[in-house]
Design a protein around this ligand. Structure first.
Ligand SMILES: Cc1cc2nc3c(=O)[nH]c(=O)nc-3n(C[C@H](O)[C@H](O)[C@H](O)COP(=O)(O)OP(=O)(O)OC[C@H]3O[C@@H](n4cnc5c(N)ncnc54)[C@H](O)[C@@H]3O)c2cc1C
Length: 442
């Protein structure tokens, strides 16, 4: 809308990212509906070359200062692009994925990430279980629990690791974002309507079952965030865990942008007030600059788009929104930290890395017997994070565990070591070999 020619590459097959997932046959409404129609009008007018279902697996900076993006379709039903995409500037908004923490029994079928349960529900109308527990920390547990209940699941509880009283000291910040207060009130009413018990300072200490989840055992956290187990079992067939999000930094890190550790302990891209990184021509918006919700991501996207087009933002609103929502996000992270003593619920044989089947005992031994004091060395000695997911699932937990064993908080270097990946998504050898050698490449 500011005159720049745009190519929009999205691994998603429909616009809207994580938040505005919708089934293929529905026309979205509300604020998103407006954006969706604007995108469609620009696409129809040939001003946006919209390429859904295309994953960027590599972005490189060319000698002339421009960028080259290699793509691969998300599945065989999507036509590959004829070649790499070149651009003078790139705006990266890769979002993030559910942050996961290992717990005894978490590899059993029936244990899912809260975002995964939500994606199945919103994208496909699939209710992943009949008797569900939603656990972890943060406000994102609420839409998952109420959404599943509305769709017919029996939600036996939301187990929140922190206490909502932690919000009290942030009252002035929260009141500056009245929409969030209304949202919280709506979820509280929905929990009551569906009779979903909301327990605070409560975590899952163990998941029980033989070939799938049968029950969970709970623990209550003491004042130091250390779990104190309760013997009783709660029967469930699905556990949805939400421990916040880990930004997806593969593409920004391929370009070598500067990063920082955010208040929630995530590695994020450092940007200025126009979403510029320290690499000329590279802009980053959304969860990759710090986890803070959909409104914040949208406002950052507006600023980044205008900046990349070399135009003003059009009013002060996006920046005011970013300021208010960034402050809200800081309050949220302060109110919902990952419990300091989470590693205390691990047993020796709890798998930390499920792809490479690396147990907790192996990580501890790498530190105690082999002197590994950082995440990268632990990775090389144990293969933690070297499997199919390349540390997307276990990277954060492995970095935190290693740092804890070493008696310090995780550093930027620890987190960069588990977030950087030379390929952002899996590709075939033919794609790696390049267009000349690739027999399947048009
Ligand atoms: C369960 C759940 C509940 C939530 N509830 C709320 C809520 O109630 N309120 C709220 O404000 N927020 C909520 N959120 C958070 C919200 O979804 C995010 O804040 C928001 O979606 C972030 O926007 P984004 O553009 O940064 O990333 P995303 O929405 O994740 O979008 C990233 C896009 O980039 C694409 N992509 C990623 N990597 C590549 C690649 N290599 N190549 C091509 N494309 C790529 C993805 O396909 C996706 O379309 C929730 C999230 C979850 C998971």
């Amino acid at each position: 809308e500011r005159g720049a020619p745009v190519v929009l590459l999205d691994a998603g097959e429909r616009p809207g990212g994580q938040y505005w997932r919708h089934a293929a046959d529905t026309e979205p409404g509300g604020a998103y509906g407006g954006l969706w129609r604007r995108l469609r009008a620009l696409t129809d007018a040939g001003r946006v070359d919209y390429r859904p279902g295309q994953q960027v697996w590599l972005v490189t900076r060319e000698d002339d200062g421009g960028f080259r993006l290699e793509t691969t379709p998300v599945h065989d039903g999507v036509e590959p692009l004829p070649g790499p995409v070149t651009a003078g500037k790139v705006v990266l908004c890769p979002g993030g994925a559910d942050r996961q923490l290992p717990v005894p029994g978490w590899t059993l079928p029936g244990v899912v990430a809260a975002g995964g349960a939500q994606a199945l529900l919103k994208g496909h109308g699939t209710v992943a279980g009949r008797q569900v527990l939603v656990a972890g920390t943060g406000p994102f547990l609420l839409p998952v629990a109420t959404g599943l209940a509305r769709a017919g699941a029996r939600v036996v509880g939301v187990w929140e690791a922190n206490s909502p009283l932690r919000w009290a000291r942030h009252a002035p910040t929260v009141l500056r974002v009245p929409g969030k207060v209304a949202e919280a009130a709506g979820y509280a009413a929905a929990l009551a309507r569906h009779r979903i018990p909301y327990r605070t300072r409560t975590v899952v200490a163990e998941i029980l079952g033989d070939d799938r989840v049968r029950a969970v055992r709970r623990a209550v956290l003491d004042g130091d965030g250390v779990p104190r187990s309760r013997p009783e079992e709660v029967e469930v067939d699905l556990v949805a865990f939400g421990w916040g999000f880990t930004p997806a930094l593969e593409l920004p890190l391929q370009l070598g942008v500067a990063t920082r550790v955010d208040v929630d302990g995530s590695l994020v891209v450092a940007v200025d007030e126009r979403q510029r990184t320290d690499v000329p021509g590279v802009f980053v918006a959304g969860e990759a600059t710090g986890v803070g919700g959909a409104t914040l991501s949208l406002a950052e996207g507006r600023i980044a788009g205008a900046a990349a087009a070399g135009r003003p933002e059009g009013g002060r609103r996006p920046r005011a929104t970013v300021r208010a929502h960034r402050a809200f996000a800081r309050a949220m992270h302060d109110a919902h930290p990952v419990p300091a003593g989470w590693h205390r619920w691990l047993t020796d044989d709890t798998l930390v890395c499920r792809c490479e089947e690396v147990p907790h005992a192996a990580v501890r031994a790498a530190h105690a017997q082999l002197g590994a004091g950082d995440a990268r060395t632990v990775k090389m000695l144990t293969r933690v994070g070297m499997g199919w997911c390349q540390g997307r699932v276990c990277g954060y937990a492995a970095a935190c565990l290693t740092a804890t064993l070493d008696g310090r908080p995780p550093t930027e270097a620890d987190l960069r070591g588990t977030a950087a990946r030379p390929l952002a998504v899996p590709v075939s050898l033919a794609e790696l070999a390049g267009p000349e050698e690739g027999p399947d490449r048009p």
